[in-house]
Ligand binder design. Structure first.
Ligand code: SF4
Length: 208
């Protein structure tokens, strides 16, 4: 039986691409046993996106909170990562309130391109120049992670970093399909030590 605050509406629904148990592959929490909830829908349209199949919500099931939470039974982690697509296309308060009532740690991965919603213990902010972030994200950020495809993205990274407190961990992550981006980042970090390298270790391991 679910021990959830009665005020949480378990009939609230979300378009779900997939839910799975894995290890976080990138950023500050790389290596952490985590459960992923991937929401459908994105209107940022990054040309190198590795999740293009998530852009349209239509082809995915519209699941109630109750059904979503039932997937957590027997999963041995407290760390829940809500990712996408762009999760902030949806009202994340019902989902995160339910998860927190059950004692889970909530973690959001977002481009910040829509108004912020939800109750999160950690927010990975990965802004994209293709759709500028909404102002509501900037006081919610726990880490900044910028995908680097070319030199212009380094300028974008610096401009977004200036809007955040200096002590927030800041990562540059190579665009997986572009090997040149690895060298670009390596050289850049040697000269700009405020940045750290983030690698998509799950892709090296061939897992989700
Ligand atoms: S914001 Fe994320 S999901 Fe959306 S297009 Fe860009 S990389 Fe893909």
């Amino acid at each position: 039986m679910l021990l959830i605050n009665n005020k949480t509406n378990l009939e609230h629904q979300y378009f779900i691409v997939e839910m799975f148990h894995s290890i976080q592959g990138e950023g500050f929490w790389s290596g952490e046993n985590s459960f992923f909830i991937r929401l459908a829908g994105c209107d940022v349209y990054c040309p190198w996106c590795d999740q293009k199949e998530t852009w349209s919500m239509k082809k995915y099931p519209f699941l109630t909170l109750e059904k979503i939470i039932n997937n957590l039974t027997n999963i041995n982690t407290q760390h829940i990562i809500i990712t996408g697509g762009e999760p902030l296309l949806h009202d994340l308060f019902p989902l995160t309130k339910s998860l927190k009532n059950l004692g889970y740690k909530t973690h959001l991965e977002t481009s910040g391109s829509h108004i912020f919603s939800g109750e999160f213990d950690w927010v990975t902010f990965s802004p994209k120049p293709y759709k500028k972030p909404h102002e509501s994200i900037y006081n919610q950020v726990s880490e900044l992670k910028i995908v680097i495809n070319d030199q212009n993205d380094l300028m974008w990274a610096e401009s977004e970093a200036q809007k955040l407190p200096i002590n927030i961990p800041k990562y540059l992550q190579p665009q997986w399909e572009n090997p040149d981006s690895q060298e670009l980042i390596f050289d850049y970090i040697l000269n700009h030590p405020q940045w750290r390298l983030s690698l998509q270790t799950h892709k090296f391991l061939g897992v989700r």
